[in-house]
Design a protein around this ligand. Structure first.
Ligand SMILES: [Ca+2]
Length: 526
């Protein structure tokens, strides 16, 4: 496949090969190291949001309905037809990391109760097996490939990849471009106030939440993890110590734990905005590494393991439980303020569980892989008046589907806030009406975990993974092989070729910044 050279995004003068970023071709490591190098900044001026440009945004404010404007004015109670939205994104939460998902090791009573009170999606996916691109999809309703952000941001900036690999990963943007209308920007148009509390990981400071439609950013920065989960959230012996923006530590004390502190911030935001419509994006750094948790909780899981429970890490389990506490505190606050009935809650994860610390079985592999363990994630929605207690949805959905759902909740017109790769999951909750569609993953990067670039398609119950290094395809029928143990590619070559063709046609037509061959003969085909 050929890499598009210019103007795919309408940015005059931009070329892929002209991207002045130094690629690091070392084999070793991807997520630790020294300070960030100066990075290229493309497109819009870096310090000012150039949002709502282009035709889709022309005159948008004037087109808002009077009811929306009334809600914006702050007069009276918020329109109950347009609920608050609390989106709790748990970093790296694996498919089996919750009691309601079937785990007997992890203790997550509050999330389990939420699932019992709402709808649980049994085949939900992140749009990428690693953080940043997955979050780009969540915020945009678009496939990471479509927005030119397919690899995650590391502590050194860009991914490393092997010098002798078969492909050169795309020189992607490594930020969510300002031209993309984020969920927060859309909701701002509907009069919502919004806060991003916790992990962001969608670019350097010019692309942090305040520049992407959020009114508040607490602790969101360029990177994907804190140096430490404990106050002061830094490790003096480490050179890489990102500050936590707007996290006032003047009254903090030793032992303060980040997940609890972010929850404090979330509750303060809810308190302050209880009389208006709000969007709370509570994006926990947990349960991503570094593995750190309160000692009493760790001891509890150490005892469980000692007593014979099957669990890989007591510390990780303790981190999962801190997130459950957080969700419980948010639920209690909503109830205390009597706004729970006009608040939609979503619990989601940005990629599969890290399989060195958690058990994803029956899924294969974990974070960083295109197998189910890397992309299949928990998704729970409570939508008062709509979700039925204990509801289950088995249709495949992705986090990009949250964009059209949430914008619809806010009363926004889908024509003006399109989500080309998302579909409103509210339809599934309300009526079950859903047409089958193909899902696509494009992840041509050497992840730290899998080091196996590739792409995948889920179509009609069959999943084909095309690996780029070395080139190969695998075909699974997920409906009767959720563990991807029986590769059908050799037995069903026509089906494999059909899906491979669909996959690559989609990539060719929709992904502007693609990988290239690393072969020296100049052949650009993977
Ligand atoms: Ca993640």
């Amino acid at each position: 496949m050929e890499t598009l050279g210019k103007d795919f995004f309408g940015q005059a003068g931009w070329t892929h090969r002209g991207f002045p970023v130094q690629l690091d071709r070392s084999r070793n490591g991807t997520s630790s190291g020294g300070p960030l190098p100066e990075r290229a900044r493309l497109g819009a001026p870096p310090n000012r949001k150039r949002w709502l440009s282009a035709n889709t945004r022309l005159g948008l404010g004037l087109l808002l309905s009077l009811s929306v404007l009334a809600a914006c004015s702050g007069s009276g109670e918020p329109d109950p037809a347009r609920p608050n939205v609390v989106l709790v994104l748990v970093d790296d939460l694996g498919w089996m990391d919750l009691g309601c998902q079937g785990s007997s090791f992890y203790e997550t009573p509050r999330i389990d109760a939420l699932a019992a009170d709402g709808t649980r999606f049994t085949q939900a996916y992140s749009n990428c097996p690693v953080c940043s691109p997955s979050r780009a999809a969540l915020m945009s309703g678009q496939n990471p490939g479509r927005v030119g952000f397919t690899g995650h941001i590391t502590a050194i900036g860009r991914h490393r990849y092997p010098e002798d690999g078969t492909i050169v990963p795309p020189n992607d943007f490594m930020h969510l471009r300002h031209e993309v209308v984020t969920l927060a920007e859309a909701l701002r148009e509907a009069g919502y106030i919004s806060a991003s509390i916790g992990k962001w990981h969608l670019g350097d400071e010019p692309y942090w939440p305040r520049a992407q439609g959020f009114d508040t950013n607490v602790a969101g920065h360029t990177h994907g993890s804190p140096s430490s989960y404990f106050f002061p959230y830094q490790k003096p012996e480490q050179t890489w110590n990102p500050d936590m923006p707007n996290l006032d530590l003047s009254e903090s004390a030793e032992g303060e734990y980040l997940t609890d502190r972010l929850t404090d911030e979330a509750l303060a935001f809810i308190d302050a905005n209880q009389h208006r419509q709000f969007f709370l994006y509570l994006s926990h750094y947990a349960v991503h590494t570094p593995l750190q948790a309160p000692q009493d909780l760790i001891g509890k899981y150490q005892a469980k393991i000692a007593a014979g429970a099957s669990g890989k890490s007591a510390v990780y389990a303790a981190m999962v439980e801190t997130v459950d506490h957080s969700v419980g505190r948010v639920l209690d606050k909503l109830q205390e303020l009597e706004i729970d009935e006009r608040t939609v809650i979503v619990i989601a994860s940005d990629n599969g569980g890290l399989d060195s610390v958690t058990e994803n079985a029956p899924l294969r592999a974990g974070k960083g892989h295109l197998y189910e363990g890397g992309i299949r994630v928990p998704l729970i929605v409570r939508w008062p008046g709509h979700t039925v207690p204990g509801g289950l949805v088995h249709e495949p959905v992705t986090n990009a589907d949250l964009y059209p759902f949430v914008t619809r909740l806010a009363g926004l017109d889908a024509d003006r806030f399109p989500a080309p790769d998302g579909r409103d999951i509210g339809r599934l909750i309300e009526s079950g009406a859903w047409e089958l569609r193909d899902l696509i993953w494009y992840y041509p990067h050497y992840s730290p975990q899998a080091r196996s670039p590739g792409a995948a398609i889920l179509s009609g119950g069959y999943k084909l993974i095309e690996f780029y290094d070395p080139p190969s395809v695998e075909l699974y029928h997920l409906d009767d092989d959720i563990g991807e143990e029986r590769d059908l590619a050799a037995r069903m070559p026509r089906k494999a070729e059909e899906l491979r063709s669909l996959l690559n046609t989609w990539i060719d037509e929709n992904v502007p910044i693609r990988h290239t061959s690393n072969r020296r003969d100049g052949d650009a085909s993977p």
